[in-house]
Design a protein around this ligand. Sequence first.
Ligand SMILES: Nc1ncnc2c1ncn2[C@@H]1O[C@H](COP(=O)(O)OP(=O)(O)OP(=O)(O)O)[C@@H](O)[C@H]1O
Length: 390
Amino acid sequence: MIRFEHVTKQYPDGTTAVDDLSFEVAEGELVTLVGPSGCGKTTTMKMVNRLIEPSSGRIFLDGADISDIDPVQLRRRIGYVIQQVGLFPHKTVLENTATVPHLLGWQRRKGRERAAELLDLVGLDPKTYGDRYPEQLSGGQRQRVGVARALAADPPVLLMDEPFGAVDPVVREHLQNEFLRLQSQVNKTVLFVTHDLEEAVRLGDRIAVYGHGRIEQFDAPTAVLGAPATAYVADFVGADRGLKRLSVTPVEEGDLDQPPVVHLDDRLPRELGSRWAVVLDGEDNLHGWISAEQARKPGSVREHARRMEAWLPVGASLKQAFATMLQHDAGWIAVIDKEETGRFLGVLTPARLHEALRRSIDADAQDIPRTAVALETIETVKSATTSTKR
Ligand SMILES: Nc1ncnc2c1ncn2[C@@H]1O[C@H](COP(=O)(O)OP(=O)(O)OP(=O)(O)O)[C@@H](O)[C@H]1O
């Protein structure tokens, strides 16, 4: 969808901001450009909508050389979101959102309807917020209007330059999650500039890690964190990349242990064969757990079962799993198939979590699926753990 071919940008003062850059972004792909300040990310992005012209090389949009497209026509096909949102202060939220449809000559009513639809999509009720002015919104809400405005004319491509850079970390994470949800619905081809590696890793299908004017690595987040291509990338992703990796590695069914299971309507089994068992309802949905001590009492499972507090759906990140363990001070957490139905799949323990992380690193290094990682690696981890315990 977007293709750079040997693109160089040298500013008149001799600064080479971008040096012989070649890469391609597929349709519907979200690529994050990450790197330290001044490494050429913004220059790269602004060349796509011709706010900056390259010194040499060519850029293609959907197969067409953009230097042959009128810049105004070009920009109508490309949504643009920047940090200082740039909303018009004297226009309402609805009018701001309808800016591009208005420029495109849409009928006023159609433009406003589309704007209301988009506000709804970014989580702002048009009835509540549509008639407000930008100064009557929080920073996070203004950013959402910025995203809604960029999407209003349904452009196939979105350029986002540090769009969530000016809001506090909590709001920022919220906006990132919302944006991911939105992207799964609208499927735009997105170039997203950030200097925050965590953000790049969370959002990107692939990440371009910038050195000075050059891309040092262009890869999936797990690969960048697990197998940095150069010493520069290793240094940039940092010594805590194992921790960062937790947030991009999902819990998979193969990671789980299968403890003893009892059902709510069972009689208490007396011996569980374990220190605890998971309790399921008649439809094999997760209910709670029971300790070996309680299982020896008379009566039914239902009378003694405790409700489960620490659980997660499969596919949640290992980071979320670890946070849930810490939050509930739990030695294991239950994993279910999805939030709504709650069918029990197994449990994740700290040792299993560590194995999952190790396995995902090896899988990336060897370019094979996680389930295919040789078991010796896992056994090594296990025996090392056992020997420390002794
Ligand atoms: N108009 C200009 N004239 C001269 N040099 C410029 C101009 N604009 C940018 N530069 C230089 O080009 C280099 C790349 O700048 P660019 O804004 O693309 O970096 P960036 O990676 O987006 O940085 P940041 O994260 O700080 O926004 C920097 O050294 C910058 O000083």
